[in-house]
Design a protein around this ligand. Structure first.
Ligand SMILES: *[C@@H]1O[C@H](CO)[C@@H](O)[C@H](O)[C@H]1NC(C)=O
Ligand SMILES: *[C@@H]1O[C@H](CO)[C@@H](O)[C@H](O)[C@H]1NC(C)=O
Ligand SMILES: *[C@@H]1O[C@H](CO)[C@@H](O)[C@H](O)[C@H]1NC(C)=O
Ligand SMILES: [Zn+2]
Length: 488
């Protein structure tokens, strides 16, 4: 009996020691051969213990959590209660037909504005339900406080915050990681290293919904909420050679800054002994492929973090209020960082001032930010306290570059670009001013063009002759002078 007890104790301790390393993974069988057997054993052991708990007559682990229909009701009630600052919409349906409800929070929900958009996604893994609870809390807290709390007001007035509490309602009702087809949705996105299938239609409905959503809304940044560890994870998640290594993306500094905003605002994430500062590069923790995070950064221009918000995937429901308190400032500060940090502005044309949906590059960072299509607003998150060379460009216009010293707070920099003047337009300008304009012989343009080419070539030939003649004269003079000097 004693032996059995200590065995049980050992496996529990061992599983909690390794639990963090299976949070995003779990089904890494073909990818991580070295630790595969150990982790699958641990997974098995943990599952066995949990099931054992249940069979001993203890309650369903989801007791006290919102069911899918509770969640739907909570979303709709929120939409009615907070209709002045929100809009409810669905981005598609799960395999079993459950709508993927989204709450948008903004003082002008649904309208396009020159403001950044942020998204939170919860419950990507069906068996990680803390995020969906906290996101419903977050929406309600903002609604209750935006008139009195400056941070809530800042978010409502300056950001479009989109909240998808559950990306995987089917997995939740099945109490398992994958969706109804048992596919891990955080391995179902097109991958930069191992493109399993490039076709959006062959993906899971939940994945497809996210991909289409990002085609419609230009998000500046986002985060998905997971459970099983306590850390803010940032790109890249995968490495080209499948090895476990720190693999930095072009915006490594920016991401470390963003992830630190979350961990430092958290109750104790930054005190982690496993992850310095409570943050980690995905690939240095363990590589995954087909994840949502890297796809967001590569294909949607969106800076996404993967947040592991509780060591325990199914804490007792009465711990949820405390978990909300632990994560509240992190959730708020991460969204607010879209307004409080980075470089923001708009791009205009110098002729007429119309907005130009161009792009923004930072010298030395191989990544391009696209400006909004309607207002040409851009929102470039960056690590503060550094000097940056910012380049704005737009096809048909001359790029403009400016140096900035980014402080702790956000900076606003608008760009006014001049149209590119081509050789042809140059000729036309000369022509318009000196000749054609006056005589209004625009239909004879072809003839005049030829005429100007002939004059241009004649002038060039004349200049060449002049140059050669002068060079010969110089040469002769030089020879004469050397002669003179040698005479002395
Ligand atoms: C896992 O262990 C089994 C034996 O228990 C072995 O046959 C198999 O090759 C191992 N798999 C890996 C990936 O190491
Ligand atoms: C954070 O606090 C919780 C609750 O007090 C505790 O269970 C957990 O071990 C702490 N984690 C760290 C990294 O300090
Ligand atoms: C910049 O990134 C692209 C992929 O986005 C890559 O193809 C290219 O080689 C990179 N350029 C440099 C100079 O690293
Ligand atoms: Zn997860």
């Amino acid at each position: 009996m004693k032996l059995l007890f200590s065995l049980l104790f050992f496996s529990l301790a061992f599983s909690s020691f390794l639990s963090s390393s299976v949070a995003r993974g779990g089904e890494r069988t073909s990818l991580c051969s070295g630790t595969n057997n150990v982790s699958s054993y641990v997974n098995y052991a943990r599952r066995f213990l949990v099931e054992d708990d249940q069979s001993q007559g203890s309650v369903d682990k989801a007791r006290g959590y919102l069911t899918n229909s509770d969640l739907e009701k909570a979303v709709k009630e929120f939409g009615e209660r907070c209709s002045s600052i929100s809009r409810i919409y669905s981005i598609g349906k799960s395999v079993n037909g459950f709508p993927l409800w989204v709450i948008e929070i903004s003082d002008k929900p649904g309208a396009e504005e020159p403001e950044p958009a942020f998204k939170y996604i919860g419950n990507v893994h069906g068996d990680e339900p803390v995020g969906r609870e906290l996101l419903i809390h977050l929406a309600n807290w903002i609604c209750d406080n935006y008139l009195k709390d400056p941070l809530a007001r800042l978010i409502v007035e300056n950001v479009h915050l989109h909240i998808l509490p559950s990306m995987n309602p089917d997995g939740f009702s099945l109490r398992r990681r994958g969706n109804a087809n048992n596919v891990d949705l955080n391995r179902d996105f097109p991958d930069q290293f191992f493109p399993l299938n490039g076709d959006i239609n062959s993906r899971q409905p939940e994945t497809r919904a996210i991909m289409n959503w990002l085609g419609e809304i230009h998000f500046t940044a986002s985060a998905s909420l997971h459970g099983g560890a306590l850390v803010a994870n940032y790109p890249w998640d995968g490495t080209g050679d499948k090895r476990r290594n720190y693999y930095a993306c072009p915006d490594d500094d920016t991401f470390r800054f963003m992830a630190s905003i979350y961990s430092r605002s958290h109750h104790n994430m930054s005190l982690s002994t496993e992850f310095p500062g409570g943050i980690t590069n995905g690939a240095s923790w363990y590589p995954i492929y087909g994840g949502m995070q890297d796809w967001n950064y590569i294909h949607a221009g969106c800076f996404e973090l993967t947040l592991e918000i509780s060591d325990n995937k199914w804490p007792n429901a009465d711990e949820l209020p405390v978990l909300w308190e632990y994560n509240k400032m992190s959730l708020l500060n991460l969204v607010a960082s879209l307004v409080k940090t980075g470089v923001h502005g708009r791009i205009f044309s110098s002729d007429g001032g119309r907005p130009l949906p161009g792009s923004i590059m930072i010298k030395g960072i191989n990544y391009t930010i696209k400006a909004g299509s309607l207002f040409a607003d851009y929102h470039r998150l960056l690590n503060p306290a550094e000097r940056y060379e910012v380049v704005a460009s737009m096809p048909g216009y001359k790029s403009k570059t400016t140096w900035i010293v980014l402080g702790e707070s956000a900076m606003s920099v608008d760009f006014i670009l001049d149209p590119e003047v081509t050789a042809m337009e140059n000729l036309r300008i000369i022509c318009d001013c000196s000749y054609c304009g006056k005589s209004k012989l625009e239909n004879l343009w072809g003839f005049h063009l030829e005429f100007y080419y002939i004059i241009l070539i004649t002038i060039l030939v004349f200049l060449c002759v002049l140059l050669i003649w002068r060079m010969r004269l110089n040469f002769l003079n030089h020879r004469q002078s050397t002669k003179k000097s040698s005479q002395v």
